[in-house]
Write a protein that binds this ligand. Sequence first.
Ligand code: RAM
Length: 331
Amino acid sequence: MSLFKKLMMTAALSVAMLATAANAEPIKIGLVVKSLGNGFFDAANKGAQEAAKEIGDVEVIYTGPTSATAEGQIEIINSLVAQQVNAIAISANDPDALVPALKKAMDRGITVISWDSGVAQEGRQVHLNPSDTNLIGETIIKLAADHLPEGGDVAILSASSTATNQNAWIEAAKKVLPEKFPKINLVATVYGDDDSVKSTNEAKGLISSHPNLKAIIAPTTVGVVAAAQVVTDQNLIGKINVTGLALPSEFKKFIDNGSSQAVALWNPIDLGYSAVQISHQLATKKVEAKPGTTISIGRVGSITLDDTNSAAMAAPFQFDKSNIEEFSKIY
Ligand code: RAM
């Protein structure tokens, strides 16, 4: 073959390869959150987009219903299946109600993981917990108990009554109460649905029905802000301590004004980043979802799947007067 012909063939091959690269569809990952308009999920999306950029061939579709319901999420799952996404990574409003829709997605070859708030095992391949469930359960009670040396009445203001994550944390909290915190008296658990208005009304209800209430524990970033605002507005600072899981950027003012002594949370940016890293590796078959598998998650480290194909990311941090300013600039 002449040199000219050889050169022409190499050039043609390069053009063909370039065309394939340009036409290659990105791996599409639907990041489905409990509801839109929640700062916690916006922070998770930041990390998700960061992971997509880092990996390179990934498009993250950030989506969720306007209110935190399973029905709203089912519609979204069906629409992502119709769009033929490669993966769905969901924070579930209900462990069971989403299973049929997610099974349908998996039947079509779509990778499904849950993160933050899980779906039952038959409805997903992997579940990523932010942190160890028992540790979070104990942490939210300890946050209240640390400031109640004499003990007293406390109440929980949760998210929706079907939220997998909050229900698991509350159950874990109730388990450690009698032995580790015998002087803490849990008088009620109410549900604000991760909706500011409902959470505000539920916080007001707790205060009027329990005159000796010493702390409101809200293991939700939406509920905790609503409760602290109510305590502030009703001049109850110093009487009722609001605590739970809070996003420092939204909550700093309540540490500053004394309606809360301390709260906790893990890094939501890292959580969204990890969900995308895991989804991508499963969707591109770089790893398989089976017990014992170790999945590396870029700058966050790695996780090893337990016998339910679940894993936890990291321990929660505590925020108080000494450090909330610094963290409020990050998330
Ligand atoms: C709310 C949501 C989310 C939870 C955080 C702590 O934003 O309910 O699922 O992980 O709080």
